[in-house]
Every structure is written in C-alpha cells, then in structure tokens.
Design a protein around this ligand. Structure first.
Ligand SMILES: O=c1ccn([C@@H]2O[C@H](COP(=O)(O)O)[C@@H](O)[C@H]2O)c(=O)[nH]1
Length: 285
C-alpha cells in the first residue's frame, strides 16, 4: 500500500491531528523525568500511549533524542517501534538533506522496512535541489513510505530564503517554496492512481502562503499533496483557521502540534489530545 493510501486511511479513520513528540528539557522537568536518554524514552512512550486510539499520527522530533547520542537513539528506536505497534503513523522529523548518495543513506535508515529507525515517513530538506532527493522519493514509493519536503516553514527567519526567486531552469521566476511545491507535485503525478501522494510538503501554519507566491485558491491538485503543517498551538496558529490558511491544500493537511499539547503534562495529555482531535474534526468538516 502506498504512503498516500495509508495516510488517506488514517484521515478517514482517526483524523488529521499529529501529536509531536518533543521532549524539551523543560518538559522533561515538568513531567518529573530526568534530562537523560531514560527521560526521553519514558516521555516518548507516554506520548505514544496517550496518542494511541485518540490521534492517528505522531511526529517524534529526532533532535531531542540525538542530544543523548547512541543512548538517545536507542530510546528513539523504542519509541518508534512502540508507536508503529500501536497503529500510529509515524513521521520522523529528521530534516535530512545532502547530495543524492548521502541523503539516500538517510532515507534507507528511516524508510527501509526492518531498519532499527523505521518510520512511516520522514522530513527532508531540498536545499541541495529537489533532484538530490529523487532516490529517497523512489525508495519511499517502493516501500510505501512518505517524505515531507520543507517548502515554507513556520519559523519567520526562513522567509527570506524561501521567498527568494529561482534563478534558472524550468522553475525560473518562482519562489524557492513554490518551485519545491511544483517539483514535489510533478513527482506525485507519475503515480496518479493514488488519492494522496507519496511526496508531501512542510508548509507552516504561521505563514501567509501568498507571500511565497503560492495561491491557495487554485484548483485542488491530483493526487492531493500531503502537507505536514506545524505551527499550531505554541507558535500561534489556530486550528479553526486551518481551512482558510491552506485553502485548496486543506484536504492533504496534517495538523501538527507539540508543546501546545505536551504542556498538559502526563496526566492531562490524553484529554488535551481528545479535545484537539475534536477541534480538528470540527474545523475540517
Ligand atoms: O516548519 C517547521 C518544520 C518543523 N517544525 C517542527 O515542528 C515542531 C513544532 O513544535 P511546537 O512545539 O508545536 O511549536 C518542532 O518539532 C519543530 O522542529 C516546525 O516547528 N516548523
């Protein structure tokens, strides 16, 4: 089954809320856990337990596990396995990018069935050109895994680069963000049999996509582009605004939130997820 088909099934059955697994040091402290590999393991497993059956998707932020080196990675492996065993779709927020041969090795680590770090999808950066991630995209298609390519990210300091205009080639004159969207869409168009594509985008919920030359009113795309949308909660975006923010991209949007939910603490997290999942359902109809 393709990643897009699996994502469509999650949307239909569990909704489009994605719970971020971001064990910040201050959250570990607030949760009564140590700032250590054991702490991030316990935190991650507790988030998985709270999300299972309430949301369809989780997004571990790899950086918070990487802080603890090999012990942190061992903890992450356990969290990834527990999440997948609980039936959650797992997006590893690893933001990998490099020349083709090296970024392919990253994709093999995160997207190969049976790999210790196996996830259902990963985030990637196309700063070295969307062509550099051609092989990871092919690997994803082969294994039923997804990739989310950074395009218009939620952090304000990215705007200058992502709104810059492409100098040459087929996408000349488009913003970097828009050119990435068009390239990702072209890849998905080669698999028109899927309702949602294998390749997706990261579009922050905090940005005005018009500033990136992206017209959200344009006709819906086929296959629908999966959109990982961080920026809800702590970064200020409101779930109720998602249909307006994303327009024709809304059918593919994954509403991603970390701190806004995790601040509820271990005893309040399940209720916070229930409430947010209901809010997401209500706003997306
Ligand atoms: O554009 C982006 C891409 C990724 N992120 C990541 O999402 C979460 C957001 O956490 P919150 O606590 O909900 O703010 C975090 O892991 C970021 O690295 C993003 O924020 N923006």
């Amino acid at each position: 089954m393709s990643f897009g088909d699996r994502l469509a099934a999650v949307f239909a059955g569990r909704g489009r809320l994605c719970v971020g697994i971001d064990p910040h040091a201050h959250l570990l402290d607030a949760w009564g856990l140590s700032d250590s590999a054991d702490g991030v393991r316990a935190f991650g497993l507790a988030v998985v337990e709270a999300a299972a059956g309430r949301a369809g998707i989780v997004k571990p932020q790899v950086a918070f596990f990487e802080r603890f080196g090999s012990a942190g990675y061992a903890a992450l492996e356990e969290v990834l396995a527990a999440a997948r065993a609980a039936g959650l779709l797992v997006i590893a927020d690893a933001k990998r990018g490099d020349i083709g041969t090296s970024v392919t090795a990253y994709a093999e680590a995160w997207l190969t069935p049976g790999s210790p770090l196996e996830a259902d999808a990963m985030t990637v950066a196309a700063f070295q050109g969307v062509g550099s991630i051609a092989e990871p995209l092919r690997l994803g298609e082969q294994h039923g895994k997804g990739l989310f390519v950074l395009a218009a990210t939620s952090n304000p300091e990215a705007a200058a680069i992502q709104q810059a205009v492409v100098a040459s080639g087929e996408r000349a004159g488009l913003t970097v963000a828009r050119a990435i969207i068009e390239d990702v869409h072209s890849f998905n168009q080669a698999q028109p049999e899927h309702a949602l594509g294998t390749a997706g985008l990261v579009l922050g919920a905090t940005v005005d996509l018009a500033d990136y030359g992206i017209d959200v009113a344009t006709a819906p795309r086929t296959p629908v582009l999966p959109v990982l949308a961080p920026g809800f909660g702590h970064q200020g975006a409101l779930v109720a605004d998602a249909p307006r923010i994303f327009g024709s991209y809304a059918p593919g949007v994954i509403v991603s939130e970390s701190r806004g939910l995790l601040n509820a603490g271990p005893s309040g997290l399940a209720d916070a997820i229930d409430r947010r999942a209901e809010e997401v359902r209500a706003s997306h109809g």
